[in-house]
Design a protein around this ligand. Structure first.
Ligand code: SAH
Length: 220
């Protein structure tokens, strides 16, 4: 006999509520994104002491002074890259791996780069446990992207530099979308779409992310 659903997935109901109240209500409508947000067990990406708050409408600490993004922002960025089921995607700033897990249900392959080894190792283990087979977690400075795997149909950056790192633009396929927060305190989320000639640039939303750091400056 199967276990009752609440035994298998004690937070399933909370996730459905999170998606209805925080995400759909604010205008996210891509059904694949909504389904991914309902199915990824967010509580497993949050440190134990914060588990009861895993579905709150805000960011949470994930260790090493970093934060796991607010559910709405994860959904917004996932929709903003216009994910297609076969896309190869690059993520910079793995953090907890939560955004990675959501992406892995929306696209073909996710390569994700995290500069802090401890966070990368934890994220890799969590992603393996929930069966995300199409994800590769790497340790390094994401400013340089991943030239060996380029071009990418989408690139998502979850830490904020001042300017778009040139390597990331270079590694975007024609028609590819890059979504990235830019700035220091008053940041804006920007989407760049690469065209045959030139790029389109749109400002999407005011946001607040941790800074994208240079590996050489890493406090280890
Ligand atoms: N998307 C994450 C949240 C990321 S917080 C989640 O869903 O949990 C931003 C992450 O970017 C932090 O883990 C930080 O260590 C990482 N980071 C900062 N600078 C970086 C760089 N240059 N290259 C790769 N990762 C970086």
């Amino acid at each position: 006999m199967e276990n009752p659903p609440e035994q298998d997935d004690p937070y399933g109901g909370e996730r459905v509520r999170m998606v209805r109240e925080q995400i759909e209500r604010r205008g996210i409508s891509d059904p694949r994104v909504l389904r991914a947000m309902e199915s990824v067990p967010r509580h497993l990406f949050v440190p134990e002491p914060f588990r009861a708050s895993a579905h709150d409408d805000g960011p949470l600490p994930l260790g090493e002074g970093q934060t796991i993004s607010q559910p709405y922002i994860v959904a917004f960025m996932s929709e903003a890259i216009r994910p297609r089921p076969t896309d190869p995607v690059l993520e910079v700033g793995t953090g907890s791996g939560y955004q990675t897990a959501v992406l892995s249900r929306l696209v073909g392959q996710v390569d994700t780069i995290e500069v802090r080894r401890t966070l990368a190792d934890l994220a890799r283990e969590r992603l393996r446990k929930i069966g995300c087979a199409n994800v590769t977690v790497r340790v390094g400075d994401g400013h340089g992207g991943l030239p060996g795997e380029a071009p990418f149909d989408a690139i998502i950056v979850t830490a904020a530099p001042q300017e778009i790192p040139p390597a990331l633009l270079e590694q975007l396929a024609v028609g590819g979308r890059l979504v990235i927060p830019l700035g220091t305190l008053d940041q804006e989320l920007v989407r760049v779409t690469r065209r045959e000639s030139g790029i389109d640039r749109e400002v999407l939303l005011p946001v607040r992310f941790v800074p994208l750091i240079r590996e050489a400056l890493r406090p280890d």
